[in-house]
Design a protein. Structure first.
Length: 201
């Protein structure tokens, strides 16, 4: 590997590590509870650092970074996994509430090269990533958590999961889209990876 390629590879790993760290801080410490929902919290765009990795370095690196982030979230929330009453439930919680759910953030960069309008591609990418994470939590709430603890409101499991997870995921996505669009213009060259392209050239 040539020196420039090696430097670029190191830069990719360092950037990914930094953005994973920022996403973790935003997800764990800079958030507010959703008072209108049954539970859940809203962060200050914690998915954006991972979406940025996918935009700058591609979906593969974005998936790797989001996967690492998902493992960190799994470790931080391991107590939730232990609520499962058998191996299947524990595995389902680990996958649906953590690994698959947060790895979906990498798809925030899926539309970058498929749409002419980059801000629109960013907004729709964030919506796509948020929607996939929501579907994971919705399935987990309906199939696993409702079986463990039926809701006190007496709602059908699917309805309760929809309200619970939608109550915080919808504003989470809206906040991420708003912040992402606000940051796009002043940081355009970084979103598009123009600084990386010059190094590659």
């Amino acid at each position: 590997m040539s020196a420039p390629r090696r430097q670029l590879a190191i830069r990719k790993l360092v950037e990914s590590a930094i953005f994973i760290g920022i996403a973790t801080v935003l997800n764990e410490f800079i958030k507010v509870d959703a008072p209108w929902a049954f539970g859940g919290s809203i962060t200050l765009g914690s998915m954006l650092p991972l979406v940025l990795v996918a935009w700058r370095w591609g979906i593969r690196q974005g998936l790797f970074s989001a996967f690492v982030f998902s493992l960190i979230q799994l470790l931080l929330g391991i107590r939730n996994v232990t609520y499962g009453q058998n191996a299947f439930q524990m595995l389902a919680i680990a996958l649906l509430d953590y690994i698959v759910a947060y790895s979906a953030y990498s798809l925030g960069g899926l539309l970058k090269h498929r749409m002419k309008s980059k801000p629109l591609a960013l907004a729709l990418g964030i919506v796509l990533a948020g929607a996939l994470r929501f579907l994971c939590h919705f399935a987990s709430g309906w199939m696993i958590w409702n079986a463990l603890w039926p809701n006190e409101q007496g709602l059908p499991g699917a309805m309760y999961s929809l309200i619970y997870n939608g109550g915080y995921m919808l504003p989470e996505v809206i906040v991420a889209v708003a912040i992402g669009l606000l940051l796009y213009a002043p940081l355009k060259k970084y979103w598009l990876g123009e600084d990386i392209a010059r190094v590659r050239a």
